[in-house]
Design a binder for this molecule. Sequence first.
Ligand code: DGY
Length: 324
Amino acid sequence: MSKPTIYISKPIPAEVLSYLQEHAICKMWDGQGTASREQLLSELEGADGLLTPGSQIDRELLDRAPKLRAVSSISVGYNHFDLEAMGERRVVGTHTPYVLDDTVADLVLALMLSAARRIPELDAYVKRGEWQRGKKQAEDANFGLDVHHRTIGIIGMGRIGEAIAQRAVHGFGMKLHYYNRSRKPEAEQKYGAVYSTLEEVLKVSDFVVLMTPLTPESHHMIRKEHLALMKPSAFLINASRGQTVDEAALIEALQTGVIRGAGLDVFDPEPPQPDHPFFNMPNVVTLPHIGSATSSTRFDMAMLAARNLITALSGERPEHVVPE
Ligand code: DGY
């Protein structure tokens, strides 16, 4: 059987590329970062498979790639897949769950601690040379809020949500409420998690953590009326997708003291405009969508995505086909 042709839309580790080259004829984007939409559209014509970190897969792209049989995303999220269009053309979509759970959970805790203890703000203060012993300033000028023994509310109790729960409850002694489509009796038992309505989670939590995948139902699930339910001392932490929150409402809530602060790894759109109001808010910690961005986790994700793609192109069902 002749080897399939695959297009790889961002540079990947040499070991992953060697694995792919054993099984396929590989064409890889050789520029910086990820191939742009235009580049992808012009490169895909003869490809049977595509390995991508998150390019939009829609009808226009599928029209340009009539031979395409599988798209493997190097991500756990797959909101960039038009599943209907892919289904109609029998294009298999795969993603990379499990391998990034702990890494993303670590980042969520980092966002909570950074926002509550004002780490970036005070780091900048020290580096500007403003920390001078003996200088008169209000005693509480550098105070933050505790994370330990507070209440965390997790919205979206999937595998990453559980990894966050484990750290928050067993590491920091936090109380946990969660909102999820279905109950998680095991998490309730392991972490003392209280299954609650969305409104209840927002009301009782000191840290509201959004970990839900982006779907039509979760789009803007946090709006002005939801933020109004949160405690004025609470923080919103988002490491899922920017579109789960109405960003204009969040900006207003942060500017008017409806909530105390936010820790954000995701935005709508990404990257945010250079004059975005978040950039002038010391109570907001911003990161460039790095939830899974450690060398070893990104390697594992690329390797898993490569294996998913080769399995799909061999005609077998890969383990990580995206749920419909
Ligand atoms: C994913 O894999 O979907 C994450 O957002 C990447 O950080």
